[in-house]
Design a protein around this ligand. Structure first.
Ligand SMILES: C[S@@+](CC[C@H](N)C(=O)[O-])C[C@H]1O[C@@H](n2cnc3c(N)ncnc32)[C@H](O)[C@@H]1O
Length: 128
């Protein structure tokens, strides 16, 4: 019979970081991101960036501080918001993912290259 682990005890014996590798995640989902079609989501990265652009390019007041919940090791989701919100707080249960964002922000070695996404959004904004 299957033994159920109470919710509050789940993950205690195995930290969440052990569940997935940041590098594998980035490689699998975001290598060749501007051309690859996401089989799960049924969309491609340009479509996603278009939606963020449309959201943040409007007249709506989003305030200065944005909380991104479940940031993972990615920043593409924040490019358009970064033009509007002066402070962005990334959060994730996976500490390695947040460390990867810090490495990217600080220009660490061999960080993931988000420049194609940034250039695409700059093109939408007419700032590229
Ligand atoms: C589908 S991934 C999205 C990651 C990234 N934003 C992207 O677009 O690729 C969801 C993220 O939520 C995080 N997550 C899951 N449960 C969480 C929780 N309870 N609190 C904070 N982050 C959580 C995971 O670690 C994972 O990085």
């Amino acid at each position: 019979m299957e033994t159920r682990i109470p919710f509050e005890d789940q993950g205690k014996d195995q930290p969440f970081d052990a569940h997935f590798s940041v590098q594998e995640y980035l490689d699998y989902f975001y290598s060749d991101m501007m051309t690859k079609y996401d089989e799960d989501e049924g969309v491609s990265m340009p479509w996603i960036l278009d939606q963020f652009h449309r959201t943040f390019a409007g007249e709506k007041d989003f305030g200065n501080r944005l909380l991104d919940v479940g940031s993972g090791p990615t920043v593409y989701q924040l490019i358009s918001a970064s033009r509007v919100c002066s402070e962005i707080v990334c959060s994730d249960i996976h500490q390695g993912a947040l460390a990867e964002i810090k490495r990217w922000k600080n220009g660490g070695e061999n960080v993931f290259d988000w420049s194609t996404a940034v250039k695409y959004v700059s093109g939408l904004e007419g700032t590229g």
